[in-house]
Design a protein around this ligand. Sequence first.
Ligand code: NAP
Length: 522
Amino acid sequence: MAEPTEVNEVCSRANDSREWLREDRERRSDLLDGIAAALDARRDEILVTCSQETGLTPAELAPEFARMVDTLRVFARAVREGSWVRAAIDRPRAVPADSIGPNHDVRRMLVPVDGVVAVFGASNFPLAYGVCGGDTASALGAGCSVVVKEHPAHPKTGRLLHDIAASVVKEKKSGDLLGYVGNEDPRDLSVAKSLVEHDHTAAVGFTGSRSGGMALDGLARNREKPIPVFAEMGSANRVVICRSALARRGTQIAAELAASIVARHGQQCTKPGLIVLEQDQRAGPAFVAELARLLDAAPPRRMLSQRVTDEYVEKCRRLRGIPLVTRATQREDPEVVVRGERRTVPMLFASMDEARGNLDALQMFTPDGRGYWLNEEVFGPAAVVIGSDGWENFYYADPALVTTVYAEPDDFSDLVDDEEFGIPSQPAFRVRQAIRTTGRFTFNSVPTGVRVAHAMVHGGPFPATNRPDTTAVGPFAIERWCRPVCFQNCPQELLPPELQDSNPLGIMRIVDGEWTRAAIGA
Ligand code: NAP
């Protein structure tokens, strides 16, 4: 366990090292590439350690390992190329009357926040969101030193990753710019608190539960000097299966969704959670039976931690106890004991008769009178199917990281009800409704599997994240650790290279309103 004094020492050393990072973008890229290469060299050891601690298989962890090292390299490339700083230059107008406000020369770009980025990873992605995951890679790329808080569900993996990355940092004689604080006891929140409240902490990257993210956000807001928290949290991802798609490809869709639900034993923030079927008297029950059959075929597995197991079991039992919800899978209880160890099994619940796609239908009550929202995240291999009148659910359901629609072309023309209520009937309008409440809209493809690319958005409105203006995945994630700064009437020799007339780095800039790589005056 880390004492507050240890947090203080680690934060202070990381803060003292940040100038080394800021000075030179090539240096930052080399560091990121160096960490990726060092991790590659110890791949097998990392996979074995991580598998032993998490219960995820090496085959499940291998793509995550590849994503971790690729992400480090993606940021190395973005930083080396340089255009990510979003440089903009507006020179004085030749005819001053044309300009709004004083006719100054103004130039802006992104600069790193001044201090340390504290990183909290999640239990379910020990590599991609861990010590050397996307938050660390993007923060180092931006020019911020980092302190990672250990996740109590995988301390050995965390320490191994940190040792490997720290040896690269040491080789570069760059100080202690990647710190790590231990925290083996999940009940001990003092480490998290001291890290968020530390004077040198300038921003927080969090991946995990809604309760954890909001707790850290509260701590950060209540500091004397509040700081931003970028919390990627959990939500129930929605899948809508339209009438024709259900009738024509119900069996195939059930197979795709079953595979997506049981992958990594359902412990994914992108797992399908709430499956909405456009009402169809025959295809609906057949789909539920097929999905349940496939989930029943999956073996019991160990979960990531005791707490994750407890919560999964508790939520499934609550769902099972709701009068209007039926259990579609065979196994009565989510928990089984195998050779003295706790295991859990996939579960499917259905509410086909009463749920008609409005807010009331999503709120159910247990016999003891407690409310339960069918669109609450159940972290683990469980899903809820509801029958509905259609896409209207998008108006009511809580926002989610991902919204998926399975549809055939004629599903878009079945809009009689909408027109009756005076709602525009174009397909584009339906898509607009869908994206009101989601970060990523997937069409005829499962929500699991996140590509690391410029066009990716891994985020969305609350509760998917507390910062819907950002993404946690892809090169744009670097902007979370930056702020824009403007230079007014500044001599060339005092400007950073990104903003000098000659554009020595050859980056893409907006000069007088036009995108260009050209030097000014060339
Ligand atoms: P978690 O329990 O919230 O833990 C994440 C980290 O936050 C841990 O280090 C934890 O430390 C700390 N923490 C949690 N509650 C805290 C509090 N009240 N005060 C201070 N620190 C706190 O999450 P998890 O169980 O590891 O991960 C599963 C959840 O993450 C799921 O809901 C999943 O959907 C979500 N997730 C989201 C994404 C995404 O990108 N949106 C990705 C992966 C996972 P302690 O254990 O010591 O409390």
